[in-house]
Design a binder for this molecule. Sequence first.
Ligand code: FNR
Length: 379
Amino acid sequence: MTAITIEDLRELARRRLPRALFDYVDGGAHDETTLEANREDLRRIAFRPRVLVDVGERSLETELLGAKQALPLVLAPAGNAGMLSRRGEIAAARAAEKAGIPFCLSTMSIVSMEDVAAGTSRPFWFQLYVMRDRGLTRSLVERAQAAGASALVFTADLPVSGQRDRDLRNGFTVPPRLTPANLLDVLRHPRWIVDVLLGPRITFANLADSSAGGSDIVSVARHVALNFDPSITWRDIEWVRSIWRGPLIVKGILSPEDARLAAQSGADGVVVSNHGGRQLDGAPSTISVLPAIADAVGDRLTVIFDGGIRRGTDVLKALALGADACMIGRAFLYGLAAIGEAGVARSIEILKTEMDTSLALLGRRSIAELDRNCVATER
Ligand code: FNR
């Protein structure tokens, strides 16, 4: 099957992965209303194209946080990416590097930040989860700095983990529920077994050394679950600001009030995000809150949009409504699960081609020409 769309890559990923793992990537919290709203609200926006504009010369280049990049995209942080494909974080980082866009590594990666740095030459962004143990948190920030990370993304919308019903049903929990059905599910996916299970050791490598209970993935996951800090506040952003030298971005912003607080706390940017519908079900779709946030802080902060991007047109809509760039999560994870680095490259290529064609059909030549005149009111 040739992957023409992100949806094609999703289908390939569905076949390649054990069901529990596919559902972990694909699913969201509770009834998945926010997950669906992210897609649906993007879909409902209509363009306002202009014609007979010379679109012979076009560019998707942009500048983000002072650095030039080929496309207005960033690969979003995703825990467990190394479970989807062998050394998955390095595969994704390499594909991003070749495409000329940033890759953001999750705290909960399978490959360590030092190994990602060694396996790539473009600096990556590092996403931070704050642990109760501030010494450990500080050491993560210092290691990211030493590994050459070029931006720090502080994820603010996970004081506790949202409940994902599919994961509970499938036993994709800490510790995992091993049932005959689960084992059979895994055995039915020999290519994944050979690629991932028989590959390098699987654990949360950034945290393995600091887990008192053992360095295997279940012990570390248990340790981390107990150590996620639900008491984090804006003070912690100020604290991280004081120890991190470089751009600081707060991820998980859904209101202008919080965007302003991010600016006051010393952040350089925000990611308008509901964690891909994986945290609070019933949270608004990200595209519905983007314009007000861009109005509130767009002149002071870099505004990155995230949630529900599956088409190049989705990216153009978000940029027209005030975003400087878009993070993509599942769109690249499906590609990674389907065919590793080549799959991530394919995901980016698909979105790039769709963006380029749609930009021309919209009667625009560059990212800078995307503004609210490009979209009509909602249908
Ligand atoms: C995520 N996301 C996420 N975010 C984060 O800050 N740290 C993390 O470790 C993870 N882990 C993670 C795992 C998986 C499997 C998914 C799908 C997502 C959220 C991610 O960064 C991003 O906000 C969403 O994926 C965006 O929505 P789309 O693009 O997937 O619709």
